[in-house]
Design a protein around this ligand. Structure first.
Ligand SMILES: C[S@@+](CC[C@H](N)C(=O)[O-])C[C@H]1O[C@@H](n2cnc3c(N)ncnc32)[C@H](O)[C@@H]1O
Ligand SMILES: [Zn+2]
Length: 389
């Protein structure tokens, strides 16, 4: 490993190799570059929408580690300030580990930003949850090893109206059903270890985020949400809301009923035990996952804006898929698993989408995998056998 790494226009000094991995703890994780790339787009979009209306904008990188994210954020926002001939933002870098702060300082220097300390950059060494309970920010990034859930109560307890929250979760095993009890204890939800387990995990997290927000009379509105390799990441707008608005918003929380025998699945509302259709069309009793978010995972207007700012073609394509997914009020299926269950050939994704659309339903690609489709058609073994003839 070289001792400096270049990520876009940011240079990062990586500590000696023995510091790089302590158990699962990676100090600078190149795998998370995509996470930082999309985060820069989201932050830039929010900043652009506010710069002409405001005289102050604050960003909190609450778990900064090497400082790479905060430095990239700084450079991104500085470009926008230059275009608008206005200087309004400040970035707060925090980490519970003093040692991390030392590395972040070194990296600020390496990127010639050390002269900004005390002006536009502020460093602190403490618990993120303590910061959230006393300060308010326009954009808060929570990026721990593991789950962000532990920080949400202090965040929602004191955050400002219309701020943006970005969270990462790397506890994919509980959320994807490998450790269902852990998922239940952490999120009070039942996961499912099945083909669309990432979709279920992501929806469990967004429901949980909204439940904690509601305890503090707020609502959380997803802007961009995804699951990738070993993590979940999502961005949303936080609003102070009336009791009526909260109740209405929480109508987007329910369960997914699914059949272990024929792969049929559907979303139902929270009144799970009053649901008269507790049997699948094949006669089997449905299993369930949730509570989970059954509403949209993205905001199409916001995605359009970040897609037009993205320079990288792969990133544009990724955001295009999120927008495509968002048009459909449906659930994801693995074509591979449908084909296996029905003992039929695997339809190409494009072909499956085309056939389902011809049948009068909606269908799209999914960001979870190229071999997945999202559809509002009640797909199961039988229906797949019909469409794959
Ligand atoms: C995954 S790393 C952050 C990576 C960084 N955001 C990036 O993009 O490269 C998690 C960091 O969170 C810090 N951390 C863990 N718990 C914390 C807490 N309660 N408050 C603040 N920092 C914490 C750790 O010391 C570690 O440096
Ligand atoms: Zn069935």
């Amino acid at each position: 490993m070289p001792d400096t790494i270049q990520e876009e226009d940011t240079t990062i000094k990586v500590p000696d190799s023995q510091d790089l991995t302590r158990g699962a703890e990676v100090f600078y994780n190149p795998e998370m570059k995509f996470n930082r790339d999309i985060s820069c787009l989201v932050l830039a979009e929010d900043f652009k929408s506010k710069i002409d209306k405001r005289d102050y904008y604050s960003v909190c990188d609450s778990m900064t580690a090497s400082g790479v994210r905060a430095i990239r954020y700084f450079k991104e926002l500085q470009k926008i300030e230059k275009e608008h001939k206005k200087q309004i933002f400040c970035i707060y870098l925090n980490d519970i580990k003093e040692e991390a702060l030392g590395h972040a300082k070194e990296n600020l220097k390496l990127n010639k930003l050390d002269n900004q300390t005390g002006k536009k950059i502020f460093l602190s060494n403490g618990k993120a949850e303590s910061l959230f309970s006393v300060n308010k920010y326009d954009f808060v990034d929570i990026d721990p090893f593991g789950s962000s859930v532990y920080y949400l109560d202090s965040f929602f307890g004191n955050c400002m109206h219309n701020c943006l929250l970005a969270t990462t979760y790397t506890d994919t095993a509980p959320l994807c059903g490998t450790y269902p009890k852990t998922c239940f204890i952490r999120y009070f939800a039942k996961p499912a270890h099945m083909d669309n387990m990432q979709e279920i995990g992501l929806r469990i997290l967004i429901a949980k985020t909204n439940i904690i927000a509601a305890m503090h009379e707020k609502t959380y509105h997803p802007l961009v949400s995804f699951s990738r390799r070993h993590y979940f990441r999502f961005f949303g707008r936080v609003k102070k809301s009336s009791k009526g608005k909260i109740k209405e918003h929480l109508n987007n929380i329910g369960y997914m009923l699914y059949c272990n025998k024929c792969m049929e699945r559907k979303f139902v509302d929270l009144d799970l035990f009053n649901n008269k259709d507790n049997k699948c069309s094949c006669g089997e009793v449905y299993d369930y996952a949730g509570p989970l978010w059954t509403g949209n995972l993205h905001d199409t207007g916001f995605c359009k804006k970040i897609s037009s700012s993205a320079k990288d073609e792969k990133m544009k394509e990724f955001i295009e898929i999120l927008m495509e997914e968002n048009k459909i009020n449906g659930i994801c299926y693995s074509l591979h698993e449908l084909a296996k269950a029905s003992k039929k050939d695997i339809l190409r994704t494009e072909k499956a989408i085309e056939i389902i659309k011809k049948e009068g339903f909606s269908a799209s690609h999914c960001h979870y995998s190229g071999l997945f489709i999202k559809t509002d058609m009640l797909l199961n073994k039988k229906e797949y056998s019909k469409i794959s003839k």
